[in-house]
Design a protein around this ligand. Structure first.
Ligand code: AP5
Length: 226
């Protein structure tokens, strides 16, 4: 019997909870997270000239150019290892109308229709607290928060036991202000774009993490093998 794949987009401002929910979907449904933010952070730590230019743009809170991020996603989608899983979670991509059109073309060529574009709606005031308290595991990518989601043992990742817990260079008030500006100017129009395609699902991103996860699960088809 053919396996059902569910490809989804997680949309929302910086700190809305996209990465947190993507991790849950990877663990609970066996989906594959494609985070352009993570890919760009890997590029910046590569020490190349391209990585240095990407770091400058990210630290100021601007968007990296469409051709770079579309290239990164196209490369991941072409990877044969990515086949045979329960679906892709596009986390932080697309962020512009050009990226959305490019993703539509790539998926159409692969015969993979998008199941949903899930918007996590969160007010700006909450985002400052979320982003300033965030830290992540450098080994497995698990996302934590000083107040709302601390590790059980201080300094040790609950998920993998690593002590490599990191804070992001762009998680400061100035950069967040610019990231929000970029979001409202360039990314928020995508909610209308996906609404027009009948794919937009708007969820309350202010709810506790488990409740947001349950709302996402309810919006998706039953997982493969369920
Ligand atoms: P990226 O890494 O994608 O960052 P972002 O979109 O700004 O989103 P964040 O990772 O900040 O937040 P999130 O929504 O994942 O929230 P999280 O789950 O961590 O991009 C970084 C930069 O890369 C961009 O600024 C740009 O320069 C560049 N870039 C990336 N993609 C690009 C693209 N496509 N085009 C061009 N440039 C691109 O949660 C945040 C915190 O809140 C955590 O501490 C978490 O524990 C907590 N939390 C989460 N959910 C809840 C909840 N429900 N209740 C309470 N706390 C919660």
């Amino acid at each position: 019997m053919a396996r059902t794949v569910t490809d989804i987009i997680l949309l929302g401002p910086p700190g809305a909870g996209k990465g947190t929910q993507a991790h849950r979907l990877v663990e609970e449904r066996g989906m594959v997270q494609l985070s352009t933010g993570d890919m760009l952070r890997a590029a910046r730590s590569s020490g190349t000239e391209m990585g240095r230019r990407v770091a400058e743009v990210m630290d100021k809170g601007h968007l990296v150019t469409d051709d770079i991020v579309i290239g990164l996603i196209a490369e991941k989608l072409a990877d044969p290892d990515a086949a045979g899983h329960a679906g892709f979670i596009f986390d932080g991509f697309p962020r512009t109308l050009a990226q959305a059109d490019a993703l539509g073309d790539l998926l159409e060529r692969m015969g993979r229709p998008l199941a949903a574009a899930i918007e996590l709606a969160v007010e700006d005031e909450v985002l400052v607290d979320r982003v300033s308290g965030r830290f992540t595991c450098g080994n497995c990518g698990e996302v934590y928060h000083d107040v709302t989601r601390p590790t059980r043992k201080p300094g040790v990742c609950d998920a993998c036991g690593s002590t490599d817990l990191r804070r992001r260079a762009d998680d400061n008030a100035d950069s967040l202000r610019q990231r929000l500006m970029e979001y409202y100017k360039k990314t928020s129009p995508l909610t209308g774009y996906y609404h027009a395609k009948g794919l937009l699902v708007r969820l309350d991103g202010l709810a506790p993490i488990d409740r947001v996860a349950a709302a996402i699960a309810a919006a998706l088809p039953a997982p493969v093998g369920a």
